[in-house]
Design a protein around this ligand. Structure first.
Ligand code: GDP
Ligand code: IMO
Ligand code: MG
Length: 420
């Protein structure tokens, strides 16, 4: 059996949580492979919205096994809050959740370092979610990190104190006031809870599942344009958000990857700093934000909004080897007289059709205009019910990017999903 991957093709928040929840009944296992609580994955059913940060979005399907892979970074405090909320809803999380021994832990001092580093950057700040992601991955690659498996060792407190003291030394360079104590208390309670879960060597379990013919869907976090290597560096996150990240973040060989579902919004959004060629800093952008409720699921920050960007989408499709496209939030565009799609950029006076290395320099988008549609599409159940103008929009995208759109999401609820 092959492992399928679902990941974001833009700057995150494409609707991954919703679609993973929709696809979950088709899979035995859902697994997260990178990122951490910087992610906020929303899913909605029975008129209730749920937001997950660390836990895979298969958790609401009673038969689905959920794995937090080795590539994920875990904050025990946030993890505990998620578990609490799920248990209150009566979700039997203990039976079906497995956590990799090799996943790294976000320490209280990693969060402080994130905040201190962002504060020191001033105007050039990344706009991090301040969850300690960057400092934790720095310690991972710097070979200083603490892993979930370490919590089971008698040496754990020593390791914790050593790394925290190192961080306290680094923090002396910043004029940044902090108080570790209160967060530390919750953190150690979180560690105790984490240890009560099934902690495993997930790479073995995942490969065994595949050998047994079980189906697995890997759930990406963030989006391709926030990838540490290929995103708009330095305004990126600290992990590989692309498909290759599923191999390293789960221990699955590249030849075991099956379908790659690439998910994108019918327009673009970005939260935090960094380049955004098609950003609309005008009333049209505000209308999209209002109609699309574009506020961060993790931080509540307003998301920057703009038109669909085809060169960026093509780049993301290339990097990930996308086999199936999923478009979300098309319903948000209902009521616009006309829509624009960016087909090229003007950079240094030249017309180019790719994202240049100098993405942080001003580049001017070139647009093609499309006729909008008035119809409310949130209740459409079949492709044939969709307005002609929207179908033209979809067909144009497919023709340009040369990958079929197989799922169309027309609202936040599970049921508001059209499969072609
Ligand atoms: P994720 O991080 O990729 O899982 O996406 P988020 O949950 O951060 O943001 C997506 C937001 O859009 C959430 O509030 C979803 O409930 C909502 N959403 C998902 N798909 C659709 C859709 O097709 N239409 C509308 N209107 N909202 C959607
Ligand atoms: P999901 O999985 C949108 C952004 C932050 C910031 C940059 C770095 O919900 O799509 P970090 O906290 O990683 O140091 O922040 O990346 N960012 C996201 N934007 N969706 C996300 O996750 C994000 N996770 C991080 O806003 O610009
Ligand atoms: Mg999100």
């Amino acid at each position: 059996m092959k492992l399928d991957v679902l990941l974001g093709l833009q700057w995150g928040d494409e609707g991954k949580g919703k679609i993973v929840d929709v696809l979950a009944p088709k899979y035995n296992v859902i697994s997260r492979f990178q990122g951490g609580p910087n992610a906020g994955h929303s899913l909605e059913f029975n008129k209730i919205k749920h937001v997950l940060h660390t836990i895979p979005s298969g958790v609401f399907r009673p038969e689905t096994i959920n794995i937090i892979g080795n590539g994920v970074v875990i904050d025990p405090v946030i993890f505990s809050k998620e578990i609490d909320a799920l248990e209150k809803l009566g979700v039997n999380i203990r039976k079906n959740l497995f956590i990799s021994k090799k996943a790294h832990l976000i320490l209280p001092s990693h969060r402080i370092l994130d905040a201190a580093s962002e504060a020191a950057k001033g105007k050039t700040k990344i706009g991090s979610t301040l969850k300690g992601i960057g400092p934790t991955y720095m310690d991972k690659t710097g070979r200083n990190g603490i892993r979930v498996g370490d919590t089971l060792s008698t040496d754990f407190m020593n390791k914790y104190n050593q790394l925290t003291n190192k961080h306290k030394d680094i923090l002396k360079q910043y004029k940044f006031e902090y108080d570790l104590k209160e967060y530390e208390d919750c953190w150690f309670k979180g560690i105790a809870l984490l240890k009560s879960f099934q902690i495993i060597e997930s790479e073995h379990q995942i490969n065994k599942y595949l050998d047994e013919g079980k189906s697995i869907l890997a759930e990406g976090a963030q989006g391709t344009l926030l990838d540490i290597d290929f995103g708009s560096y330095p305004f990126v996150t600290s992990s590989n958000t692309i498909c290759a990240g599923a191999c390293t973040g789960l221990g699955v060989a590249p030849n075991r990857i099956g379908k790659v579902f690439g998910i994108f919004k019918a327009y673009c959004t970005r939260v935090g700093s960094g380049p955004f060629p098609t950003e609309l800093e005008n009333t049209t952008g505000e209308t999209i934000r209002k109609q699309g409720h574009e506020y961060g699921a993790t931080t509540g920050r307003p998301r920057r909004c703009g038109w669909l960007d085809l060169p960026a989408l093509k780049y993301a499709i290339m990097l990930n080897g996308v086999t199936d496209l999923i478009i979300t939030k098309s319903d948000v565009l209902s009521g616009f007289k006309s829509l624009q799609v960016c087909t090229h950029y003007i950079h240094n006076g030249k017309r180019i059709d790719y994202l240049p290395y100098e993405i942080n320099e001003p580049i001017e988008p070139v647009y093609e205009e499309f006729k909008g549609w008035d119809m409310d599409i949130t209740n459409c159940k079949k492709f044939s019910e969709l307005p002609e103008e929207f179908i033209t929009y979809l067909k144009y995208i497919e023709k340009e990017v040369k990958v079929p759109i197989t799922i169309i999401s027309v609202g936040p609820d599970r049921e508001q999903t059209i499969t072609k």
